[in-house]
Design a protein around this ligand. Structure first.
Ligand SMILES: Cc1ncc(C[n+]2csc(CCOP(=O)(O)OP(=O)(O)O)c2C)c(N)n1
Length: 587
């Protein structure tokens, strides 16, 4: 291997000149647009010059080439693979890329992540540090740009680079302390990182914010501010005076050794293996479906947060151990890792945990939408039907959260067969998907041949005499069916609809059925009222003055108990549906 650790003197000068040109570009660009972060760019100028013109291997003409080294600018801005800017998320995504490179692609490309010292106050950075060393990601390098300053003042550790070093080492990283403005030292550190086996490398780079800009360098109150226009020419002249060459450096080409992959059009190889009347929890059907999907496509991966036994993703982990990523109890990092794994179409990623715990990764999920990722979420133990485990485990806000994400498909299957179809549809759907599953067993109501489509509701009970349309999903669909049975014995027939996807919602189908039942609709859901099925239905029928929607939903903080007791206590059981139907008919 060529000894890149010590570039010759002229290369060092060229890299220094590149860094200074980057400074000039950042000053000019931010000045022209009257916005941007020239001081943050200036602290990292040498790091960027060395990475892009000395260390990284890539095809300049093809930035998304699978064999290129990856770069994640976690400090700010959107870069090629994942959107950053909400600080603290870049290293998790870099972990996902490095994990994919090492274990799925088994390829030579390396992953570089540049972090700010301010952003390293985020706990998610430390979740990622723990993940990377646990999985021996020796193809990953994190560079901490320790420029002492954040946005509104100094960072908590200021220039105590030894503290960063100790912390990184304590998290199991091979760590180097360098002068972040010394291109020779940076070249050497990156070269040494490439020689290290089984540990990720952290480069703690001591830098100065606004480096090279007189008065502004290392001064507070210059974050995110362009240089004053009247000073620009003089500053650029000064930086230019330090440039000694006009040579360009060509990046090294990547080693082209990542395998071709196909993540599209995953087919169901055989029909679901359930018969009507079987009792299966949708969370279990989901685990079984994931394992089956894993046989249909070898790029299907599952990430879990120490919940595989409860969510049944354990079945996938047993059948496909090499494609199961245990992320431990670090949900924010789990979502970022999935994002990294799914970039450049390298994997079909499913994140599986209790739906309640996905809420703590909402920012990562929100950023996933900005990155236009295709990752899929499976959230189990939704609602009060979670039962004895208690309120801390019950997701009652998850529909609101996922519904609010643009282009996110929200599945809420009600039996094992529709759950299996949801998993296959999610694998083949562009954009993020969320599949909401339940803890208790429910009866299989569909045949294996039933055709499920996104945005297509199923009318599962109907007659010409129906007086009300009831819409339920998951456990509440079964409560609606029980209510329908009981009411029919009293001579009252109701229509029952399974929406299958809450987003998109089959508005046309709901409206036509509502009109056929005198405009009366009752929604019943194991979710808080805000942002759930009832509100989705209200929005869908908002231009229909003759349709009236009555919402049954959980409206207070729940307690522990038996699932059936809690459904009743919180007003969403068959008994409450019957009362609501009768009440509707009386008015
Ligand atoms: C999660 C989050 N919190 C707050 C902000 C607002 N913000 C933008 S830049 C910044 C300071 C960043 O400092 P540092 O990480 O040291 O990077 P530098 O710009 O100094 O290189 C802050 C607080 C943000 N973008 N994301």
């Amino acid at each position: 291997m060529a000894d890149d650790s010590k570039p010759d003197g002229s290369t060092v000068q060229v890299l220094q000149d590149v860094a200074n040109r980057l400074r000039i570009h950042s000053i000019r660009a931010t000045c022209a647009s009257s916005s941007g972060h020239p001081t943050s760019c200036c602290s990292a100028a040498e790091i960027m010059a060395v990475l892009f013109f000395h260390t990284m291997k890539y095809k300049r003409t093809d930035p998304e080439h699978p064999d290129n080294d990856r770069f994640i600018l976690s400090k700010r801005l959107s870069f090629v693979d994942v959107a950053t800017g909400s600080l603290g998320q870049g290293l998790g995504a870099a972990c996902g890329m490095a994990y994919t490179g090492k274990y799925f692609d088994k390829a030579s490309y390396r992953v570089f992540c540049l972090l700010g010292d301010g952003e390293s106050s985020e706990g998610s950075v430390w979740e990622a540090l723990a993940f990377a060393s646990h999985y021996s990601l020796d193809n990953l390098v994190a560079v901490f740009d320790v420029n002492r300053l954040g946005q509104s003042g100094v960072t908590p550790l200021e220039h105590c680079t030894d503290v960063y070093q100790n912390r990184c080492e304590a998290f199991g990283w091979n760590t180097y302390l360098v002068d972040g403005h010394d291109v020779g030292a940076l070249c050497q550190a990156f070269w040494r990182a490439a020689q290290v086996k089984s540990k990720p490398t952290a480069i703690v780079a001591k830098t100065f914010k606004g480096r090279g800009i007189p008065i502004i360098e290392n001064a507070e109150d210059w974050h995110g501010k362009p240089v004053p226009k009247e000073r620009v020419d003089a500053i650029i002249k000064l930086i230019e005076s330090q440039i000694q060459t006009n040579r360009n450096l060509t990046p090294k080409p990547p080693v082209e050794d990542s395998p071709p992959v196909n993540v599209r059009n995953v087919k169901m190889t055989c029909l679901p293996d359930y018969v009507a009347g079987d009792r299966v929890a949708t969370r279990k059907a989901c685990g079984l479906a994931l394992a089956k999907l894993g046989h249909a496509n070898e790029r299907v991966i599952v990430l879990a947060g120490d919940t595989k036994i409860s969510t049944f993703s354990e079945i996938f982990s047993e059948e496909h151990p090499e494609r199961f990523i245990e992320c431990f109890i670090a949900e924010q990092n789990m979502v970022s890792v999935a994002l990294g794994c799914a970039t450049r179409g390298r994997t079909i990623a499913f994140v599986s945990t209790f739906a309640a715990f996905l809420t703590r990764a909402f920012d990562q999920i929100r950023m996933g939408a900005i990155s236009q990722t295709n990752i899929n979420f499976i959230g189990s133990h939704c609602g009060v039907s979670t039962g004895e485990d208690g309120p801390s485990q019950m997701a009652l806000e998850d529909l609101a959260m996922f519904r609010s994400i643009p282009n996110c498909t929200v599945f809420y299957p009600s039996d094992a067969i529709s759950t299996e179809y949801a998993v296959y549809l999610a694998a083949n759907t562009k954009g993020m998907c969320f599949i909401r599953t339940s803890q208790p067993e429910t009866t299989v109501i569909y045949t294996p041949q039933e055709n499920f489509e996104i945005g297509q509701a199923k009318v599962i009970r109907q007659s010409v005499n129906d007086k009300v349309t009831v819409i339920g999903a998951g456990v509440t669909l079964h409560e609606a069916l029980a209510a329908a049975d009981s009411l029919s014995q009293q001579g009252i027939s109701i229509r029952v609809i399974d929406p299958f996807t809450i987003k998109p919602l089959d508005a046309a189908n709901i409206i036509s059925n509502a009109k056929a039942t005198g405009g009366q609709v009752i929604t019943v859901e194991d979710h808080y009222r805000e942002g759930g099925i009832g509100e989705a239905v209200c929005t869908a029928v908002s231009r229909e003055p003759d349709i009236l929607v009555h919402q049954l939903a959980v409206s207070e903080v729940p307690q522990c108990g038996k699932p059936s007791e809690l459904l009743d206590k919180f007003g969403i059981s068959a008994r409450h549906i019957i009362a609501a139907v009768k009440n509707t008919l009386m008015n």
